[in-house]
Design a protein around this ligand. Sequence first.
Ligand SMILES: Nc1ncnc2c1ncn2[C@@H]1O[C@H](COP(=O)(O)OP(=O)(O)OP(=O)(O)O)[C@@H](O)[C@H]1O
Length: 231
Amino acid sequence: MLEVTDLACRRGERDLFSGLGFQLPAQTLLHVRGRNGSGKTTLLRVLCGLLRPDAGQIRWRGEHIRDLAEDYNRDLLYFGHLNGIKADLSGLENLRIASTLDQDPVDEAAILAALARIGLAGFEDLPTRMLSQGQKKRVALARLILSKAPLWILDEPFTALDVDAVEFLQQLISAQVADGGSVVLTTHQEVPLTRGAIQRLTLGEAVDDLDTSSAASAPAPCAPDPSASAH
Ligand SMILES: Nc1ncnc2c1ncn2[C@@H]1O[C@H](COP(=O)(O)OP(=O)(O)OP(=O)(O)O)[C@@H](O)[C@H]1O
């Protein structure tokens, strides 16, 4: 369970959000929406512990993420705008490093299988600078196939993907939730779930913006913090 209480963040002269609270249990997806510049990326970076909020607490399984430090990082997979892909390294090398940094090393056969599943068979050894934008993104997405992290935080993961890759990623996210994981996601796209609950949070709108809805066979979603607001 990820638990956020009274979170506030100011960037430059602007209050992006304040008094923000929600609980994200297992088998739940939080879909963060909002206009460009409303603070979605900022919120995700705060939830990852990459950015310090101006107020509020973030707890993972009951403990403050700043106290958990590396233990939180081990449970977390963050997929940011920049993909974290090194241009001079191949897909295989990038994933080997990523799995080591995720503190969850996987063997080469598993990495090759993940690259094949994401449609990159035959491209494993090319430096990623020689891949298209969509193929680079696929290399980064292969991390999701390999990940055992219970919490995924994904910033616009669908950008630059073709129709097949979008569908594949939707399935990965759906499986993560169905298998008991939690996902925080920014996207302008709907993500259908086979099992689990969806919560929606729209930044830049008034207080009643945090609503919940459930997919088929979903457990009851947790109640949103009634004090939540996003400016
Ligand atoms: N390092 C920074 N210093 C000051 N202001 C910043 C910084 N990074 C972002 N901002 C500002 O914070 C606001 C929110 O940015 P953020 O990237 O979180 O928005 P977003 O909702 O993710 O936008 P988009 O949909 O365009 O990706 C923007 O007005 C941006 O200019």
